[in-house]
Ligand binder design. Sequence first.
Ligand SMILES: [Zn+2]
Length: 486
Amino acid sequence: MNKNIQELAPQILWKYFADICRIPHPSHHEQAIHDYLVAQAAELGVDCTTDEAGNVILRKAATAGMENRKGVILQAHMDMVPQKNGDKSFDFTTDSIEAYVDGEWVTANGTTLGADNGIGMAAILAVMASKDLQHGPIEALITCSEEVGMDGAFGLKPGLLQGKILINLDSETEGELYVGCAGGEDVSVTFDYTEEAVPADVRAYRLELKGLKGGHSGMEIILERGNANKIMNRFLLEAQDRFGLRLASIDGGGLRNAIPRESMAVVTVPVGAAQAFEAAVADYERLMQTELKGVDDGVSFRALATELPSCLIDASTQDRLLKSVAACPNGIVRMSPAIAGLVQTSTNLARVVSGEGTIQLQCMMRSSADSEKDALADVMKALFSLAGARTELSGAYSGWNPDPTSAILKTMKAEYQKMYGREPEVKAIHAGLECGILGGTYPGLDMISMGPTIQYPHSPDEKVNIASVGKFWDFLGHVLANIPSK
Ligand SMILES: [Zn+2]
């Protein structure tokens, strides 16, 4: 099936892509593709090293007369996401991807194709092999395990790369240039509580908040959907004051990088306040349905009578928890002043869960500006220290802040305009990309990301547009020939 792919133009690139499809390379099973890259480098006579993390670094000297150009690092990742249709019998660690031409597209038979990021790798090998491209000094960085936590990018040491410009080849729409992404950091907060006996003359309820859409806490934070932890907390704080509500346990949210969709709490209220409390729950559900109309229409909030709990969270801790969660920043903190419609800084209160004498909170902060993320971390620490809780920061990685003065952006815009008669779209995303991490290790690197048009990556419907691969390759050649001098 790979045969007709090799006949596509530009042949120099598709030939390598057909090879890559033959070599199994799901994340964490990357030895074979690593060995292939090393063997190709040897065959082409280009310098090749593997670093401690398992990344492959290639080097090709400048073509005649181009030695004074700024060094360019071409970057792609070597692993692919292994996804197949339910009825497809396929072993990603041993079987070749069955890639084929389907009209305007190349796709695979029942599995992911691995155009993400096989086309990027193939383009790098084609640049290394090319005898007719004009270019300055070129390095290539092919990272490992991008799809499962960007291990290769995180493991790359400073001092290995000399280039001043990095062109990442892992974007998915031809004609779009990416110039920024968000970094991230986890905030974990712990409250200690003591158990208090349940007083007489109370009734217990299980409060259930459900039906929110949730979503990815980076890409979808701009939609301003309801956050289950914040919505539950708002009710609890109000009911503490109005009815003397007491909290026995709480469990809201799930994944640390998801907007929480549900929250459950077991509470007590004095028997005398029970009726008013039940009415307040119904009122609050209607209020949330009004406030979230068009955003989270499915929201529901119920109080179900339940058995008395064995104990309560002590009143002081409950009060400090509810007040600090009410004050905890959540959602969009700042929009980008450089790129319209881009969230620059955000935070998501992902988890609130009690048990065994502690209540744990988890937030994930994101920003393309590292300084804003640090400032937000200081706000979190200040808030929760006032509330008598412990705050820990972990998992920090750098963002990539759009640089409107970037030389590679200027070169690419001018070349694209000359070749295709229109400006490319300049974009950034509010989620992590390898560029953020690489730029953190190599400060001052002038970075940009481009690619051919790939649809449905990470799914068995993945396909790459053939014409866009041709444009991507031509554009890359023109850009390399027009890199500014040192
Ligand atoms: Zn990718």
